[in-house]
Write a protein that binds this ligand. Structure first.
Ligand SMILES: O=C(O)CCC(=O)C(=O)O
Length: 276
C-alpha cells in the first residue's frame, strides 16, 4: 500500500479547524491501516526507539508509553505517514501546496495509567516557525474522557500566547528557559465550559489540531480499555527550521540552516501540488 490515499475533508471541517484550532474527523483510517499500525505499536512497546519516554510514575501507575519517529523503524508506520489518509487530510486542513512530515508520536495509556497529559501547546517544544503546522491524532481504541480523551481549549491557537514547555515525564531538568512565560495554573478552570472541547471517538476517527492550540488529557481510569493514541505532525508551505536550545530533540541532525524550509531526509515532502 504505497499509493497516496486521498480523502475528502469537508469545507465545514476546514472552517472549524481555522476557527477553533481543532476538529474531529470521523472514520479517517480504515481497518487495514489500523491493523498494520496496531502490530507496529505492539512491537514498539517491546522494543522501543532511542527517544522513548515512560511518562507515568511506574510506582503508582501502569504504562504511559511515549515514543517518536517510529516511521524510521517500522515499515507499516512509514507507509502510513508518507502515503496514508493523514497526509491528504493535513494538506486540505492546512490549505498547503506542499506538505512535509515533521514527526510521528505514539502515546499509549494502558488501562489504569492514571498520569494525565499536562496542558500545553505543541509549538514551543518544536524547532519550527510558521503557521501551517498540525497534528493528526488517531486512536485504535474507543476513547472517552474516562479512558483519556484529549481535551482542547477552543480558539486558543489565536491567543497570541507561546507558553513555556513543561515536561510530561518525571524529569524537571528539560525544557528550561526563562525566555517564555509559564502557562497560568488556572487556565483550564477559568475557561468557559463550552470552550473545553473533547470527543468520544471510535477506532479510526481522528482529531486534527493546530500547533498552538492548548490541549491536555486525563489519565486512563478504565480497567479494561487501552488508549492507543498516535499523532503525526505535518507542516505546510510557510514553515521553516527554527532551532532553539530548550526544544525537544529530533531523531538526528537534519542539517538545516535556521530559516530554511524543512525539505530533507528527516522531514520529507509528502505532498506537492502539480505546477500547471
Ligand atoms: O495523547 C495525548 O495524551 C496527548 C497528545 C498530544 O499532546 C499531542 O498529540 O500533541
Amino acid at each position: 500500500m504505497n499509493q497516496a490515499t486521498n480523502v475528502k475533508i469537508s469545507q465545514g471541517d476546514i472552517e472549524a479547524y481555522r476557527r477553533d484550532g481543532v476538529v474531529c474527523v470521523r472514520g479517517l483510517v480504515n481497518e487495514e491501516w489500523q491493523a498494520r499500525l496496531g502490530r507496529a505499536f505492539e512491537q514498539n512497546l517491546e522494543d522501543p526507539g532511542p527517544l522513548v519516554k515512560e511518562y507515568a510514575d511506574r510506582e503508582k501507575s501502569t504504562r504511559f508509553h511515549g515514543d517518536q519517529f517510529l516511521w524510521l523503524r517500522h515499515e507499516a508506520v512509514k507507509d502510513y505517514v508518507l502515503h496514508g489518509p493523514a497526509v491528504s487530510a493535513a494538506r486540505q486542513i492546512l490549505g498547503a501546496n506542499k506538505v512535509n512530515l515533521f514527526f510521528d508520536h505514539l502515546l499509549i495509556k494502558e488501562p489504569g495509567s492514571i498520569e494525565p497529559t499536562p496542558w500545553h501547546q505543541d509549538l514551543p517544544y518544536w524547532q519550527l516557525k510558521g503557521e501551517q503546522i498540525c497534528s493528526v491524532w488517531i486512536t485504535l481504541d474507543p476513547v472517552t474522557l474516562a479512558s483519556g480523551a484529549v481535551q482542547y481549549i477552543r480558539g486558543s491557537h489565536k491567543w497570541g500566547k507561546f507558553y513555556r514547555p513543561i515536561t510530561f515525564s518525571q524529569d524537571p531538568s528539560v525544557y528550561q528557559t526563562d525566555e517564555l512565560e509559564l502557562m497560568p495554573e488556572d487556565i483550564v478552570a477559568s475557561c468557559a465550559p463550552e470552550d473545553l472541547l473533547s470527543w468520544d471517538m471510535e477506532p479510526g476517527d481522528c482529531i486534527i489540531h493546530h500547533a498552538l492550540t492548548l490541549h491536555g488529557a486525563p489519565g486512563n481510569t478504565s480497567r479494561t480499555t487501552r488508549r492507543r493514541g498516535y499523532a503525526v505532525r505535518y507542516t505546510g508551505d510557510d514553515v521553516v527550521w527554527d532551532p532553539r536550545p530548550y526544544c525537544a530533540p529530533v531523531a538526528n541532525d537534519p542539517g538545516l540552516e535556521p530559516g530554511a524550509p524543512l525539505d530533507c531526509d528527516l522531514f520529507p515532502v509528502v505532498s506537492q501540488a502539480q505546477v500547471k
